[in-house]
Ligand binder design. Structure first.
Ligand SMILES: [Mn+2]
Length: 466
């Protein structure tokens, strides 16, 4: 938790941006894994609630009454049985003091607050809920059916939260740097352990353990797979095989829930083959290009498409693509290799504020998403970069057998792709290189103390000297 003044300042700023009405921010509840007393561990607080109240306990709700300039922390105090099983925690009143709210109240008063606001026809602002228990809570309190809650969410509140959370404060950047240090340990451990004969799952588990040991947890389920062409491939019981590539996409959350998100792709044997190196060097060039050009005022969608053109051109040298590069990228031919966007915002959520809807986070009035074209419809971040934004730079080249078969059979982008050549890459897998980038006053810099090895020679040397 940051100091009390941070949360008071943020709520005051939020009040100014939203202007009037009552804001209700729901914290998360414990979420049962397989029976009520066996919850998913560790407890994960909602990030917007954390941003404005900083409190990690389950079962809390924050009310920000703009018209009466009051903020109320709401929750139930624990009883003696809770203390017997879980130990003592602060009272709601004590927590309210830490968060610097003007008032605190027990949960039963939330219904009264809502009823009072509704009877006076005051505007009640909520964010789109993503957990079903919160949807039921909103249904009980405000009478909005779960099916209508996304549409009923307050656009002024969403816009204000996105505006504030997008630009990282200095203390947030320091947290992100700490997350990157844990991420470095995770990735170098994976590199050190990678060798033929070990299961993907074993290494995935070791990587997760580092996140748990140094921080709060992983920032998303660890990807460690020889099937790098499966975007969210989970570690399997498959044994690592000499000659194959393995892709590791993993990150940590600090104890204050700031994230890291990096990807490295390495040869199981410790040495890249020539064929692997050819593709790897293209991804490497795309990754470096982003770091060269990302700066305030630049649209991230433009960087994405510049990367697509660079990738397409380089793949032409290998005989995998053909035709006019601009036309090919306009037609979406690059999505055969790169079916996702170049990156996303990152902060307290690894896909920062994704629950507020990507269209509100990565796009704006000026930069609209293209929801029609395969691949391009997956862009999470398109709008102009600003100082203090944190985005990921994660180009990749994948050879997805089912996608090759599908486009080959329906002739999609046949003027730009050499399907015969593509056939010879069906067992290749996929390569992605990802780092987290802070947009600075006049450019950008990667986040982290040490760079996780990513130049092929550095990867090979590291794997050789483990
Ligand atoms: Mn990412």
């Amino acid at each position: 938790m940051f100091d009390t003044a941070t949360y008071v300042r943020r709520r005051n700023e939020l009040k100014k941006l939203v202007k009037n009405g009552v804001i209700i921010l729901f914290g998360n509840n414990e979420s049962p894994a397989n029976f009520p007393n066996n919850g998913y561990h560790p407890f994960r607080q909602d990030s917007s609630f954390l941003y404005y109240f900083g409190l990690q306990r389950d079962g809390l709700v924050g009310v920000i009454d703009i018209d009466n300039d009051k903020d109320i922390l709401i929750g139930d105090d624990i009883d003696i049985e809770d203390i017997v099983w879980f130990g003592s925690v602060d009272s709601i009143h004590d927590m309210a003091q830490k968060a610097g709210t003007t008032d605190s109240a027990q949960m039963k008063s939330l219904k009264l607050i809502c009823n009072d606001a509704m009877s006076k026809h005051r505007k009640i602002h909520i964010l789109p809920p993503y957990r079903h228990d919160i949807k039921i809570q909103i249904f009980d309190l405000l009478g909005i059916h779960p099916c209508q809650q996304k549409e009923s969410a307050s656009m002024p509140l969403i816009k204000a939260v996105v505006k504030m959370r997008s630009t990282k404060e200095l203390q947030e950047i320091e947290e992100l740097e700490r997350a990157a240090v844990i991420g470095y340990k995770m990735h170098t451990t994976a590199m050190r352990l990678t060798q033929p004969g070990i299961t993907e799952k074993f290494i995935g588990g070791q990587v997760d353990g580092i996140a748990n040991s140094y921080g709060s947890m992983v920032s998303f389920p660890t990807i460690y797979t020889q099937h790098g062409e499966i975007m969210h491939g989970a570690p399997s019981m498959n044994v690592l095989e000499k000659g194959r590539l393995v892709l590791c996409d993993a990150g940590a959350e600090t104890i204050n829930n700031y994230c890291s998100d990096n990807t490295r792709t390495m040869p199981v044997s410790g040495k890249f083959t020539q064929k692997q190196l050819e593709i790897y060097s293209i991804v490497e060039a795309c990754h470096d290009y982003t770091l060269e050009v990302a700066k305030p005022g630049t649209k991230y969608a433009d960087v994405h498409f510049a990367v697509c053109r660079l990738m397409f051109d380089r793949l032409k040298e290998l005989g995998l693509t053909k035709g006019d590069t601009d036309e090919a990228v306009r037609a979406g031919a690059h999505a055969m290799f790169l079916p996702h966007g170049l990156g996303h915002m990152m902060g307290m959520d690894v896909h920062d504020m994704e629950s507020l809807d990507q269209i509100n986070v990565g796009f704006d009035e000026e930069t609209r998403p293209n929801l029609e074209q395969f691949g391009t419809n997956c862009l999470r971040m398109g709008r102009r970069l600003e100082e203090g934004f944190v985005v990921t730079d994660e180009p990749g080249i994948y050879f997805i057998p089912a996608l090759i078969d599908e486009w080959k059979s329906n002739g999609h982008c046949k003027d730009f792709l050499n399907f015969d050549k593509l056939e010879t890459y069906k067992d290749f897998g996929g390569i992605r290189i990802e780092d987290d980038v802070l947009i600075t006053k006049d450019g950008c810099r990667f986040i982290g103390k040490d760079r996780i090895p990513y130049h092929p020679k550095d990867v090979e040397n590291f794997m050789d000297n483990k």
